[in-house]
Every structure is written in structure tokens, then in C-alpha cells.
Design a binder for this molecule. Sequence first.
Ligand code: PEP
Ligand code: MG
Length: 597
Amino acid sequence: MTFTIHGLPVARGIAIGRAVVMAGRVDVAHYFIQPDQVADEIARLRSARDAVADELKRLQQTIAAMGPKEAPHELSAILDVHLMLLQDQELVEGVKHWVAERLYNAEWALTTQLEVLSRHFDEMEDEYLRARKSDLEQVAERVLRYMKGVATPVAPPPRRTEPSRQQDLLLDGTVDVPLVLVAHDLSPADMLQFKQSVFASFVTDVGGRNSHTAIVARSMDIPAVVGSRTASQLVRQDDWVIVDGDAGVVIVDPSPIILAEYGFKQRQAELERSRLSRLRHTPAVTLDARKIELLANIELPDDAATALAAGAVGVGLFRSEFMFMGRHGDLPDEEEQYRAYRRAVQGMQGLPVTIRTVDVGADKPLDELHRAAAHLNPALGLRAIRWSLSDPAMFLTQLRAILRAAAHGKVNMLIPMLAHVREIRQTLALVETARAELDQRGQAHGPVNLGAMIEIPAAALTLKIFLKYFDFLSIGTNDLIQYTLAIDRADESVAHLYDPCHPAVLRLVSETIAECNAQGKPVSVCGEMAGDPAMTRLLLGLGLRSFSMHPTQILAVKQEVLRADTERLRPWARQVLEAEEPDLLLEVGSAAPTTRL
Ligand code: PEP
Ligand code: MG
């Protein structure tokens, strides 16, 4: 029966496909194997299962040799249960099914079947049996850990966009059915894995519109809905789902009429995209001849190609922290970082690249350990530059790598989350130390412009200090909104209060732009506001001339730029700033002066 789940829209577009539900683990590889690899893949699973069974038996022997004080009887009983679960027919046959019929890789098949069985356990009346779910999860975890450490996958993951013959075999001969990942939560690091994976869309129970998970979804340009609260419980494995990333709605088990309606919407969106693509080579100049800089936000060095293809005139924000995440404490060394930054610089073919120093913490934990160790309020904790300054050796490693990459092209260095002049001085001193260390080694490095992010109200209110020390500023509206309004950007329960148009936010943005313009210092906006076409005219009216956004947004924003007259927008922008409810003046059809093409 058709039903609808409401969440928050985060990444535009519509996906129609089959659900892959993962309420538990998502950090395993997901890819399709070739039909002739099925036997090997099942053998890989079997040998992992046998190895884990041997391990459990050895553990039992050790326990048997101990006295009842050191190893209580229950421990041995638990291991009995685990051994039994390892051989469970439903587990074994189910996993084989996902490998043989759907061509899922072994880890994916195991977690999928685990999900199916977990639901069975949840529905059990008997409390004792219901509690066996956690035993099953522990057993599966052991097998996954074994496979991670020992066995190598039979095939590298193909990119999501590659048409794959395997997909033709899916779903009883239905060709190329997109898969929609439905999960309780996804970390930004999980999302990066999906850049390489098979999912065409995703839905999560938790998360806000400007959480980093949502931001990566937008950068991947895949329809997504977050903050759905219950999707991972209500949607079942393999259900047909429609994800409407514009409306923030998930329709489960849609009727043929609804399917047809959404199929039509999908085609309309495609047409709109191809219409916009004609603007790719058009310079971003307003009607009153103001040249506007449209830059790209990227997460990985190879995203430079996407940025160039979208017509970006540089990278305004390279979120370097993605290279640091999901590595279980094994952070990238100077050489690895240098090569990555150099790849981005060379990839931009002479256009400038703004590398932001690492911004982990808050909703971007380095890994699970880091997440667990986070303090009660990680958004206000050891995050971004605070984290970097807490470990100068680690920070110097990054600074040297960036300076070395600057020998290969135009590089700007951007520092996140500064608030205190002390932090500014410490940071600048470390940049000088890094340079001196490279000189001492005789290693080549290049000049960099130094910029600060304005993302804490305290920074926006002390601009003169920032302008004294830095060559340019970049307004991080995602955090500026979070910290001005005291709204956790990743918390769906307060998402309705996360308001980019709050008069206080607009005032801080406006004053930052005005002060920079008055002093002739470059300023850009690199938060999500810059990529939202509904905000373009306002930002132009406030005097902004440089926008940094996901490459996927560049053409839509450029369209707004081409239609704008900044002189006429100026007085209107002032009115917006003065309004009690500025968003009412921004709505489509409002009195904003534009000339339509
Ligand atoms: C911001 O805060 O606006 C920003 C661009 O940085 P991030 O989203 O990575 O916190
Ligand atoms: Mg930020």
C-alpha cells in the first residue's frame, strides 16, 4: 500500500528505484560483482564464516580452561549462541541470495540480510528471542571485521554512473533499476564512499538541511531527503520508492499513476538541466556589466574536473578535511597531502584553488572513535582551527603540504572558525614556521594569499581585526547561521528554525561584505547560501561579487546573475535588510527588480 514519509529536502531531483535499507552499518563497500564471480564471492563469505567459527571455538577452549570466577558460565553460553547463529540457515541462504540473485558483493549481502533478520527479531513477542538481535549483530560484525582484515574483494567498485551489465540482471530482468539507500544516519565520510558506489539516491532518519552529509549529497547531485525520522523503520528491503529531493518527500510502494506523474517530473527536470547547460560558456556578467566570480566548492582533488566542466573560474573552498576522515587515526602525511593538493591545483589548469585547512569536529568526526570521544556539544568544541592549533605538529604538516602545492599554481589558504586574535596570531606564526622549515629543507614552495572564514558572529563583529591580518575573507554562512541562531545545523528537530534569512544573519553577512568592499579586500560567500538561486539577487544587491558553491549549482546561479541589475537591486536589498520577515520579500514573484531574459 502506498504511503508517504516527510523529511527535509537536501538535494534536488527525483529518484525512482528499489530501497536498500540499512538501519545499522553503512561503512562497508557496496558494489556489484560480475555473474562469473558469484562462486568466488560465496566462497569468500564461507571462508570468513569458517574462520570466525574457529575463532569462537578457540575462545571457548580458553574459557573452559579458566575457572568459573574468571570466565563465568554465561560467557560460554553466549559463544554457543554465536556459533549457532553463524550457521543459521536464514542467514546463510539469505546472504547467498543477495550475492547470486542481485550480484551484491559479500559485505553488502551480509549487511542486507542482517537487516532483514533484525526486523524479524524486532517483531518477536518473546523478549529473550528479541534480545538475540544484538548477538546476531555481533556475529555479523566479526565476519565483516575478518573480511576487512584478510580477504580481498573480487572486483573493484565500479563508479555509480557506469552503465553496468550486472544491473541489467537485477529485478527479474528489469533494466538498470536505481537503488535508493535508506539509513538511520550517514556520516560525511560514508557519503564520500558513495561517490564511488551504486546508489542513486538516499534517505536518512536524522540530519539537517545543512549538515555535512546533506552538503556532500548536493555536491554529488543526487536526490536526497534527510530528517525523515522513521524511514529506516518503515521502508522494507526492496520496496519501490520515489525520492523527491525538491519537496523532501519519500513515497513508498507508489501506484502506477503516481509513478507516471513522477516519471514526467523527472523528464521535465532533465529538460531544464539541458536548457541551463547552454549557459556553461557564457561569462557571468550582470545587466549593468558587473563581472561576477562563480567558484566551486569541492571535497576531493578529483572534483576539480567537475568544477571545470561546470564552468567554475576557480575553487573557492576545498574542504580538505575529507581526506582526514574515516582513517581510524591514521592521518595523511605531508607527502600524501601535498600530492592531493597538487592534483587539485593542476586539475584547475591555472585557475585559483582555495584550500581550507582541516575542519573536523561537530558533524564531521574523524572517525567513530573521535565521534564517541566528542564532548557534549561538539559544534562548540574542539573543531576546525581549534583542533589544528591543539596539535601544532599535525597542523604544520598540513601547512607545509599546502605551501608546497602552491609552487604548482595559484593557491589561497583559508582558515576556518577563527574568533580570537590570539588564534589568528598563532595561525600566522605557524604558517611562517612551515615556510621556514621548507626553506631549511631546501624544498620548493609558493606564495599563498591568506584568508579567514567568517562563520562565528564574534568574527563578523570584529572585522577590522580580521582585515588587518588577512588578504581576503570568505563568509561561511552555514556555520554563521548555526552560531548566530544557536541552531545545530545537523539536528532535524530544530531544522525549522535554521533560517538563512533571519534579520540578524543578513545583517552580519551584509556588514561583512560592505566592510570588505570599503577596504578593497576580496570577499566571497562559500556557504550553501551562495549556491541557492533564490538568494543570488539579494547577495548581489548587498554588494557580493564572488560566490562559491557546488559545481552543480553554478549554472542556476549564473542564470540569476545574467538577469540581475545590481544598481537596481541595491535599494531593494536595503529594504530586505530592514524587514521583520525578509524571506517574504525573497519569494518568487516578489517585487525584486529583475529583467527576465
Ligand atoms: C560554512 O560554514 O558555511 C562552510 C562553508 O563551511 P562548512 O559547511 O564546511 O562548515
Ligand atoms: Mg563552516
